[in-house]
Design a protein around this ligand. Sequence first.
Ligand code: ZN
Length: 208
Amino acid sequence: MAEDSRSRIMDYYSTQITKLIGELSKLPGIGSKSAQRLAFHIINMPKEQAEHLSAAIMEARQNVRYCRECCTLTDEELCPICKSDRRDHKTIMVVENTRDLAAYEKTGKYDGVYHVLHGAISPMLGIGPGDIRLKELMTRLQKEETQEVIIATNSNLEGETTAMYISKLVKPSGIRVTRIASGVPVGGDLEYIDEVTLLRALDGRTEL
Ligand code: ZN
């Protein structure tokens, strides 16, 4: 029924507008109503602003890649965090995605480095250890003098499964493995948690 009403709405618009609405509605969290609202907003923008928007999309898409070291999204071979000699390279915090990294960076209180997995293990969704950036983490631990791996995956089932898996892989090497405290709400996306909660979770981390 949703499809039906969508195609009916689109018939009223010109092909170009319909195309724009169609592309916008493919974005996560954007339903057909939001897509229409955004499309009309874009059409009413000063031409220059619309050009900036489309150029920013293209440039980001073309230049953004994974950091050679920590796998976060960056536009250089090595991200600014991995490049910095003011960071403690012996402490690696493992997060599920670049947004989680950004959440910890916003607190300004963590001075170690990161490793971004780009997902979590989920047998239900068919996502195995080989589908996230775990191999890269293990390679990294072999060549760097790491003292501690802090596992900061989400506290939902996938995040916990991933934490246990990493712990089993890393611990035999003698590197200290810790897990952030579960002050983080179950199933909560790290990105939406306030800084105080994040810092409390980090300070209260426990040995695995
Ligand atoms: Zn990096």
